[in-house]
Design a binder for this molecule. Structure first.
Ligand SMILES: *Cc1c(COP(=O)(O)O)cnc(C)c1O
Length: 429
């Protein structure tokens, strides 16, 4: 019925068996019954599969895949990926701690990105012995030089350069244009590398780039990499030892009916676009995929509380809300929504699927054609494994959803449902 229920990865993350939606072999009604709703459900097999597919696409080029933790930072997922020798891209000291918590030795395969690293975060990363800092300004470089000198720990560094290439994506998640806050202008980079090379405790090691997120065409990645390769060549000819190129993340997935190649083909095309400009430079490639690894592996399970209609406009009020999944409200993002138990009717209702929060922006879908669903019925909001749980909040004093990881028939809770006590713990009256 919905293309997203026939997902890109193999074996399928979410499939109907006898009209009941399953995650792998676990029936979703059972999970909802046992763990309550709203509930995030992830397919372990799908995550592993997609990681391996991604990794395999770069087989011909020395590389390390550094999963972008912010897409979904759950410890169980980090541990599983670390077990596959995956590296990690972190954007805060908190994410670094998560990685260390999940897999002590994985810090060696961590790259640290972000425009606002604090001294404390730098110290933690230096002590952990991470692979590389992606530095985003001259001031940050000075701060890193100071911290590394104080701790007497060498800091391997790359500048994140802004290649000024447009990427067709939502304006909030495009990052590679000169007007964005990210990176240093590629034309100014040469001078910064000269400066960094004079710092005793800094080791110039790489060039980084990340042009944005949910970019489905591979051309912008190729264009950015052409510019990066040019810079690498110039730096190398000036005696800098550039051993790493970090291509960032950003490969998009299919959320709606948009035509995209099957995942393995898509990543292959992506790999080709990224590696072609780098041939002969003798660099080790770092990749920072987030969404493309975990996005299609997750669904948010919600229950219909009420059906209502106002002057002919119909609503399904569900127990999940924008605090559980903000992508529709924040980016106008589309998510396929499917009934967990598929009814035997052709009939479709045009409905808004909304949450209980006191905001007009609290919706999951507008004017969506859905099969009729009763009050108490379950809906699955698909492709929510990335930037779902990781951007939750407690708005309206709503405790956060639980998370469940499925493997075959087995399901285990990887994050307990938050309690009101959890929420109020830090407050003083
Ligand atoms: C968010 C982010 C990523 C991951 O992007 P995806 O679109 O999820 O692949 C990678 N690198 C950096 C620096 C990021 O900020």
């Amino acid at each position: 019925m919905s293309k997203s229920a026939v997902p890109e990865g193999r074996p399928p993350a979410f499939v109907y068996r006898h009209e009941v939606l399953h995650c792998e072999r676990a029936p979703l009604p059972d999970l909802a019954q046992k763990h309550g709703t709203p509930l995030y459900v992830y397919s372990a097999t799908t995550i592993r599969d997609r990681y391996r597919t991604f990794d395999r696409a770069f087989r011909g080029f020395p590389h390390t895949v550094c999963y972008s933790v912010k897409a979904n930072p759950n410890l169980a997922l980090l541990k599983m990926l670390a077990g596959l020798r995956c590296g990690f891209d972190v954007v805060s000291g908190g994410e670094l701690q998560r990685v260390q918590h999940a897999a002590r030795k994985a810090a060696r395969r961590v790259v640290f990105s972000g425009v606002g690293k604090t001294a404390e975060e730098m110290d933690a990363a230096l002590r952990a012995g991470i692979l590389m800092f992606n530095v985003e300004s001259e001031s940050e470089m000075a701060a890193l030089a100071e911290r590394s000198a104080r701790l007497k720990k060498r800091a391997r560094l790359a500048f994140r350069v802004n290649p000024d290439v447009p990427a067709e994506t939502h304006p909030y998640i495009a990052t590679g244009l000169h007007q964005h806050k990210f990176g240093v202008p590629i034309d100014a980079a040469r001078r910064l590398y000269e400066r960094a090379a004079r710092e005793k405790w800094l080791e110039v090691a790489g060039v980084s780039v990340h042009i944005g997120s949910q970019i489905t065409s591979v051309e912008p990645f190729g264009a950015a990499m052409e510019r990066v390769a040019e810079l690498v060549r110039a730096l190398q000819s000036h005696g800098h030892c550039i051993r790493y190129v970090d291509a960032g993340g950003g490969l998009g997935i299919r959320y709606d009916a948009q035509e995209l190649p099957e995942f393995a083909e898509h990543v292959k095309a992506f790999a080709k676009a990224v590696t072609r400009p780098l041939r002969g430079l003798g660099v080790h490639l770092l990749l920072e995929p987030g969404r493309s690894i975990v996005g299609p592996a997750g669904a948010l399970l919600v229950r219909v509380l009420y059906r209502k209609s106002n002057n002919g406009k119909s609503f399904l009020v569900v127990d999940g809300a924008m605090n559980d999944l903000i992508r529709p409200a924040l980016y106008g993002a589309h998510h396929e929504i499917v009934p967990v138990v598929r009814p035997h009717v052709e009939e479709r209702d045009i409905v808004d699927v909304v949450g209980p929060i006191c905001e007009t922006g609290d919706f999951f879908a507008r004017d969506r054609a859905l099969p009729p669903v009763e009050e108490g019925g379950l809906l699955a909001i698909l492709d929510t494994g990335a930037y779902g749980m990781s951007i939750t909040s407690n708005y309206n004093t709503r405790p956060r959803a639980a998370e469940v990881l499925v493997e075959g028939k087995r399901a285990r809770v990887i994050r307990k449902r938050e309690t009101l006590e959890d929420l109020l713990r830090g407050e003083v009256q």
